[in-house]
Design a binder for this molecule. Structure first.
Ligand SMILES: [Zn+2]
Length: 402
C-alpha cells in the first residue's frame, strides 16, 4: 500500500506561505529586524533575514513570535448564564458545558495561546481531539483529564489510578500534594503516596505535575522526582534552590487567578471554599506577589515555566501574568517571553515541535502590535494567530496606525 502511494501520481503539494515580520522573536531569546518566515503545510520550512515582497502575510509593522503557551488552565470551568461558577448539579446540560469549554478554547487561541495544558477534566478529551482534528478552533490541548489526591488511597491505589489515567489518554498526571491556598496550603499527601504517583507516572513515560503551596509539600515533590510543581505561594529560597538542583520545573502564578476571583466574587461566593476566609487568603497573596516573584527570579538555574491557572472567567486574559511578571516582579521581558514559549514547550516534552520559530518546528506564530521587549502589554494586542500553518486571526491594524 505504501509502495503504491509513493509510486503513484504526486500528491498535491502544499503551497509555501510567506510571512514578513518587522521584528521576529524566535522564542529562545533571539531577535531579528525584518525577517521572512516560510511555512509549508503545518511546518516552518525557512527563516531568512530581510523582507521578501510580496509576502502572503505582510506583518512588517508588527512583532512576530511563537504562539504562547499556558502550562496551567482549566479548560472546562465557566460562568453560567446565571452568573455563577458552573457546578455539576446546577442544571446546565452537557451540551451547554461543552459549548462553554469550546468558547474558552477559542478565547485563548484568539489571545495568542496556541498551546495550553489543562489541569483537567474527563471532558477535556473530546475537546482536545476535536481541536486536533480541526473541527473546533482552539489551542493544542494537553490534559491530565483529572487528578489524584490523598483521598485516592494508599500507594498501590495511587499507582493503579495513574495507570487508569494513562489508559484513558491522559497526557500527564496531576497530583494534589497540598491543600488549596484558601485552606492554608499545608501538605496533604505522605511522601510514600507522592513517590508512588510520580514514580508510576515516570515509569509510564508521563510527566507528573504537583499542586503544592507550602515549602514542605514542594520539597516532597522535588525529592519524589515529580516533573513540575504548581503555585508554591509559600515557597522559601531554600526549597526553590532544591527545585533548581533537582531539575523540577516551577510554575508560579503572578496575579490573574487571584484578581479574577477577587474582582468577580459574586460568581464564586458560597461555593466550596470560596468563602470569607478563602477570599481573605487570596487577598493576602496580592501584595506578596512581588516578593514571591523576586524569590524565584533570584534562584539560579530554576526553570520557571508560564502557567496562569486560568479558571472560569479568566480565559482569553492569559497574557496578564506576563505583564505582571515584568511590571510588578521585574522579570526581564525577554526572559518572560522565553518562559511562555520555548521553556514551557520543553517542560511539556514538546520542545522539538513548538515554542520556537525555526525550520522544522510547527508553524505556531502570532503577531502583536508593538514591541513586547519594550512594552510587555503588546502581548495583550494580538492581531495575528497561526496554528499549525492555519490562520485563525488576522486583524492587523490599518496602515497609518502605530
Ligand atoms: Zn489550577
Amino acid at each position: 500500500m505504501l509502495a503504491l502511494l509513493s509510486g503513484g501520481p504526486a500528491l498535491a503539494q502544499d503551497a509555501a506561505v510567506t510571512i514578513r515580520a518587522g521584528r521576529l522573536l524566535d522564542g529562545r531569546g533571539g531577535v531579528a529586524r525584518d525577517a521572512t518566515v516560510v511555512v509549508t503545510g503545518d511546518v516552518i520550512t525557512r527563516v531568512a533575514a530581510g523582507g521578501s515582497t510580496p509576502a502572503t502575510y505582510d506583518l512588517s509593522r508588527l512583532t512576530v513570535l511563537p504562539g504562547l503557551i499556558d502550562s496551567h488552565v482549566h479548560l472546562t470551568w465557566y460562568i453560567t448564564s446565571r452568573g455563577r461558577l458552573h457546578q455539576a448539579s446546577d442544571g446546565d446540560t452537557p451540551g451547554q458545558a461543552a459549548v462553554a469549554a469550546a468558547g474558552n478554547a477559542y478565547a485563548m487561541l484568539m489571545a495568542g495561546f496556541t498551546t495550553v495544558q489543562s489541569m483537567g477534566a474527563p471532558e477535556d478529551a473530546e475537546l482536545r481531539d476535536a481541536i486536533a482534528r480541526g473541527v473546533v478552533p482552539g489551542p493544542r490541548v494537553v490534559t491530565t483529564l483529572g487528578s489524584l489526591s490523598e483521598r485516592t488511597g494508599g500507594p498501590d491505589s495511587i499507582r493503579a489510578a495513574v495507570r487508569r489515567f494513562r489508559a484513558r489518554g491522559a497526557d500527564a498526571i496531576k497530583i494534589f500534594a497540598s491543600a488549596s491556598i484558601r485552606d492554608g496550603g499545608t501538605p496533604t499527601m505522605t511522601d510514600a503516596q507522592l513517590e508512588a504517583a510520580c514514580g508510576e507516572a515516570t515509569s509510564l513515560g508521563l510527566r507528573s505535575i504537583v499542586h503544592a503551596h507550602s515549602a514542605a509539600s514542594m520539597r516532597s515533590a522535588a525529592l519524589a522526582g515529580c516533573t513540575q510543581v504548581e503555585h508554591g505561594v509559600f515557597a522559601t529560597p531554600e526549597v526553590l534552590a532544591l527545585l533548581a538542583e533537582r531539575g523540577t520545573y516551577f510554575d508560579p502564578q503572578c496575579e490573574l487567578v487571584f484578581r479574577n476571583y477577587l474582582d468577580n466574587k459574586p460568581w464564586f461566593e458560597g461555593i466550596g471554599n470560596y468563602n470569607a476566609a478563602g477570599f481573605a487568603a487570596m487577598e493576602r497573596v496580592i501584595p506578596q506577589r512581588k516578593l514571591l516573584g523576586q524569590r524565584w527570579l533570584a534562584t539560579p538555574g530554576l526553570r520557571v515555566v508560564y502557567g496562569t491557572d486560568a479558571v472560569a472567567g479568566a480565559h482569553g486574559r492569559n497574557a496578564q501574568d506576563l505583564v505582571c511578571r515584568v511590571q510588578t516582579v521585574g522579570q526581564p521581558a525577554a526572559a518572560a517571553i522565553v518562559s511562555a514559549t520555548s521553556l514551557s514547550a520543553e517542560a511539556l516534552g514538546l520542545g522539538t515541535r513548538i515554542g520556537t520559530i525555526a525550520p522544522g518546528m510547527q508553524a505556531d506564530l502570532i503577531a502583536v502590535d508593538g514591541d513586547p521587549l519594550q512594552d510587555i502589554t503588546a502581548l495583550q494586542r494580538v492581531v495575528f494567530v497561526m496554528k499549525g500553518g492555519r490562520v485563525y486571526r488576522n486583524v492587523a491594524p490599518a496602515a497609518g496606525g502605530r
